[in-house]
Design a protein around this ligand. Sequence first.
Ligand code: NAG
Ligand code: NAG
Ligand code: NAG
Ligand code: NAG
Ligand code: NAG
Ligand code: NAG
Ligand code: NAG
Ligand code: NAG
Length: 541
Amino acid sequence: MLLIKLTCLLFTSVVIAQQIENDVNPHYAKLLNHSMLFYEAQRSGRLPETNRIPWRSDSALTDGQDNNISLSEGYFDAGNYLKFTVPLSYTLTMLSWGGIEWIESYKQANLMTDLRDSIKWGTDWIIKAHPEPNVLFVQVGDGKVDNMYWGPDTGIPLPRPSFMINSSSPGTDAAALASAALSSASYLFRNRFNDTEYADTLLSHAYDLLTFAETAKPWRAYSVSVPAAVDYYNTNTFQSQLIYGNMWLYKATENVTYLERANAHYDAFNSTLVYGVMDWSDPTGAMLILGATLDADKYQARAMRYLDTVLDTTQNSSICKYTDGGLFYCKGYSTSNSVMPPLNMGFLVAIMKKAFPNLLNGSYTSFIQRQIDYILGANKMFSPYVCGIHKNSPHNPHHAGASGGTNLKKINSEPKHMAHVLYGAIVGGPDDQDNFYDIRNDYLQTEVAIDYNAPFQSLMAYQISIQAADPPYVTITEDRPVLIPEDVKFEGWKIAVIVVSIVFAILVVGFVIYWRKQNQKKKNANDTLFEKVEVVAAAKR
Ligand SMILES: *[C@@H]1O[C@H](CO)[C@@H](O)[C@H](O)[C@H]1NC(C)=O
Ligand SMILES: *[C@@H]1O[C@H](CO)[C@@H](O)[C@H](O)[C@H]1NC(C)=O
Ligand SMILES: *[C@@H]1O[C@H](CO)[C@@H](O)[C@H](O)[C@H]1NC(C)=O
Ligand SMILES: *[C@@H]1O[C@H](CO)[C@@H](O)[C@H](O)[C@H]1NC(C)=O
Ligand SMILES: *[C@@H]1O[C@H](CO)[C@@H](O)[C@H](O)[C@H]1NC(C)=O
Ligand SMILES: *[C@@H]1O[C@H](CO)[C@@H](O)[C@H](O)[C@H]1NC(C)=O
Ligand SMILES: *[C@@H]1O[C@H](CO)[C@@H](O)[C@H](O)[C@H]1NC(C)=O
Ligand SMILES: *[C@@H]1O[C@H](CO)[C@@H](O)[C@H](O)[C@H]1NC(C)=O
């Protein structure tokens, strides 16, 4: 009897252990879910019936009208209402790539439809923005008009001009990146969603866009053709983008012509590539890691050298160091949105580790883990840099719609508390002292953007796949310390100076009066003395 009971107990515990092992971590599943809620909150155009963001409305329905086409829908870029093709393309490529590698995580978290819809909302728009083989719209909205507006999506100011690249005004990088986005999404839809029809549609646009990038000369960065983008998403390169576009088209088609072309470009551009921290403006790092998975002989060693160089913080020449709190912080990259270098590099390490598990030892995976932990609360502020997940989450993301404010001049104070929680949005992050001030107009720290969430979301899928331990914020009970920013401190300092000056002035005046009185007394005494002397003298006379 006892034996049977014991056996039963053992059996039950094995079953429970197995269940737990197969269960998706609820915290990472929630972060994955919320990241896609953030994308939903960024939707432009007519919103579908299924919209889950109650404070959003139909918006910007006439986009593209100035060029007689419809450019409505797609994603608003950040806390404002501009739309840009280059950061959108980066975003969609990173989301698709993460979906390709860690699709099981989305399945386990019951988020397959969400992934599909969030990517399709972006790729459908790129297709609209590509009405002819050699035309691609790269921006909608004028930054000078849009950035003067702080208010809800129901009052977005006009005009909202649309800007294109074409045969006579090329933008090699933008066309190649848009092609990469559609190729990667095509691979995802064909091989993970079994949606051949949409995959084919994506691929035909990807092919035309890459042909446009290759053939429209001179090769140059799109911002040369569209100066309106310069202040927002200026790129200086087209080389890495051209290689990257060919690599993704090769992955999507398995047509070796594109790999050969990528390799030929790589050899030709070798000396002009900048092996810096990967981001939306330059996919060199992503190109090397993708290349390693496609043609190990040619790219694997260079990809490893790239990772080792960027991640090595010990050399004098290292552009990246760790803050005292442990954030991977890179000169020239981290002054604004400091969470991006660790997220982008963490993403690349995770892809490389999956492709070559034996090549990357534990120091690489602990890099990813430490950076994710930092971003999810293991920091001096006790703050996860994700909105709406914890009491210490940022409360003041730089986002006009979510803020509920309508007065740009009172952006920080009206309303005092944000009207809507921007669930799942990653904010820019702390400074090099690990300090985070949570102030709405401090866009270096509190801006949100579609490109910030892309590597983050893919890394949450990675965390689910490796069954990572709970994120740090789960056990955090301390409050985030309230920091007084330098400019406010300066105000206090000025007040102190004024007070000290007044006290000093009173003292000086007091001293002068005292001194004059003393002098007067002396003079009186002298006068008396003179009088006495005179009296004595008079007496003598
Ligand atoms: C748009 O169409 C109108 C009416 O056909 C035409 O007058 C206008 O020139 C067109 N604009 C552009 C930018 O093609
Ligand atoms: C994702 O979050 C939303 C909003 O909280 C919720 O309604 C939905 O059920 C979640 N989805 C899953 C699969 O958990
Ligand atoms: C080509 O693009 C340039 C730059 O955006 C634009 O000024 C020009 O009007 C476009 N050409 C045509 C034919 O639309
Ligand atoms: C796609 O098809 C494969 C093979 O038939 C199947 O294993 C997989 O579950 C399907 N995926 C989806 C998302 O339908
Ligand atoms: C591969 O791509 C090249 C260039 O686009 C094309 O000429 C060729 O027919 C393609 N090959 C196959 C097998 O589809
Ligand atoms: C890149 O070019 C340099 C100098 O031309 C050469 O030494 C190096 O081997 C090249 N690297 C690759 C991967 O082709
Ligand atoms: C690194 O910098 C320190 C301090 O500037 C200097 O003393 C040292 O020689 C440098 N090391 C190398 C390898 O350049
Ligand atoms: C992991 O690999 C790196 C690069 O090859 C090496 O510098 C490091 O010492 C290794 N770390 C461990 C723990 O083996």
